[in-house]
Design a protein around this ligand. Structure first.
Ligand SMILES: Cc1cc2nc3c(=O)[nH]c(=O)nc-3n(C[C@H](O)[C@H](O)[C@H](O)COP(=O)(O)OP(=O)(O)OC[C@H]3O[C@@H](n4cnc5c(N)ncnc54)[C@H](O)[C@@H]3O)c2cc1C
Length: 382
């Protein structure tokens, strides 16, 4: 009979959500035994645009982990182009960063370990629970578990929680390409593809940029087509073929209940990805921290408390981005939003909606309504 190892908290997956959960729990309870189970050996690649939004940086700061962006230049400028060719550009009050996930995730996991979490290389297969404890692979046991094992979460499947419904899962292809003199700005070029879709070019450092193309509410596309879209929208970017990889994005517009008994889901496992942009690092960091906080504050029944914390932090944001993602099936919506975003104050609101915890403001709604009227009467959005 295998020995059962008991812990205060077990976290499955050491990406941003899992590392944040383990780090926060240990910081608040230095005597706790926190086990972080991860199937990959760090440093490992993760398919991503690598952009950390200003809200994401704020969350890193809150976790005492801001050092993970050290050595990468701050980027405050953003340029956006709509399907109809309208452009908006501006400088955000706070910068973001583009840190390859191979670096970011290893640094975050290191911080969790430095804070006293135990990181073990284990590919989790089974999760069982009764009213008192959760058992993982019949080897580890804890009063609570945080499932932070990403878009194809085994924990989520083990709970019997269905995958996101069609229309609430996206797919995106990423590659690393030479920087080729790209300005120090995040560039997003939206296209009309039956829903929000865009190509991006994000500078990592002086030499390299992260490029890609994502369909945000559909997966009915081949890899070749995604690759063609990168070139069609960004020009001759020449990404290194070995780095071109695609992955699914479970959007928050189709998210499940974030807990089941004593198991809390965080990050992509809880489908906490922005349906307008596919951004997920900020939500992963935030939800990981809140999941840990819920286990600390309500150890006997953390699920409802976690749900309430998530709702307080992101409830309105989820509603507004879900609504906008549905409206974005009509390209004029994005044309209207980008037209509005030529006003720097609106650009800031739009940036927060797209990459952080922002909500719709009357001004943005007025611009979308005006855009709809222009579209209705056949006028150009320019
Ligand atoms: C192409 C693309 C571009 C993107 N661009 C951006 C961007 O620019 N900015 C942004 O903020 N977000 C972006 N995202 C979204 C972002 O990558 C995710 O939202 C984020 O990684 C979620 O973090 P996580 O910790 O929940 O999951 P992950 O980062 O996926 O981490 C999950 C971890 O769990 C481990 N794991 C999985 N299964 C098991 C198992 N059975 N046992 C043990 N360990 C396991 C994995 O190895 C992994 O380390 C992008 C996504 C894609 C696909």
């Amino acid at each position: 009979v295998r020995r059962l190892h008991r812990h205060s908290l077990v976290v499955v997956g050491a990406g941003p959500a899992g590392a944040a959960a383990a780090l926060h729990f240990r910081r608040c309870r230095p005597d706790a035994s926190v086990l972080l189970l991860e199937k990959a050996a760090f440093p490992r690649d993760k398919v991503c645009g690598d952009a950390i939004s200003p809200d994401g940086v704020g969350e890193l700061e809150r976790l005492g982990a801001r050092s993970v962006v050290d050595g990468y230049p701050p980027i405050a400028r953003m340029r956006v182009r709509s399907p109809g060719g309208v452009e908006a550009a501006g400088v955000a009050p706070e910068p973001g960063y583009v840190v390859p996930r191979q670096v970011l995730d290893a640094r975050l996991a290191d911080l969790a370990v430095a804070a006293g979490a135990e990181l073990r290389r284990v590919k989790v297969r089974t999760v069982e629970q009764d009213g008192h404890a959760v058992r993982i692979d019949e080897r580890f046991e804890a009063p609570a578990l945080v499932g932070a094992d990403g878009a194809n979460s085994v924990v989520r499947r083990q709970l019997g929680v269905r995958p996101n419904p069609a229309g609430h899962v996206g797919i995106a292809l990423r590659g690393y390409a030479p920087r080729n003199g790209q300005d120090p700005e995040l560039y997003l070029r939206w296209v009309a593809a039956g829903g929000p879709a865009y190509a991006w070019a994000f500078p990592v450092d002086d030499r390299v940029r992260n490029v890609g193309f994502g369909l945000l509410t559909s997966t009915t596309v081949t890899r070749d087509l995604l690759e063609q879209e990168v070139h069609r929208n960004l020009g001759p970017v020449a990404p290194d073929a070995a780095t071109l990889r695609a992955h699914h994005l479970p959007m928050s517009s189709g998210r499940p209940c974030p807990y089941h008994g004593r198991v809390l889901l965080a990050g992509d496992a809880a489908a906490l990805v922005n349906p307008l942009t596919g951004e997920g690092i900020f939500y992963a960091l935030l939800s990981g921290r809140l999941a840990a906080q819920a286990v600390l504050d309500a150890p006997h029944d953390p699920g409802p408390y976690y749900t309430a914390l998530l709702h307080d932090a992101l409830g309105r944001h989820f509603r507004h981005t879900g609504l906008l993602a549905r409206m974005a099936a009509w390209p004029w919506t994005i044309d209207s939003v980008v037209t509005a975003a030529r006003d720097p104050a609106v650009l800031q609101t739009v940036g927060e909606l797209a990459f952080g915890k922002g909500v719709l403001t009357p001004r943005v709604v007025a611009h979308i309504t005006a855009g709809w009227l222009r579209h209705r009467w056949g006028l150009s959005a320019r």
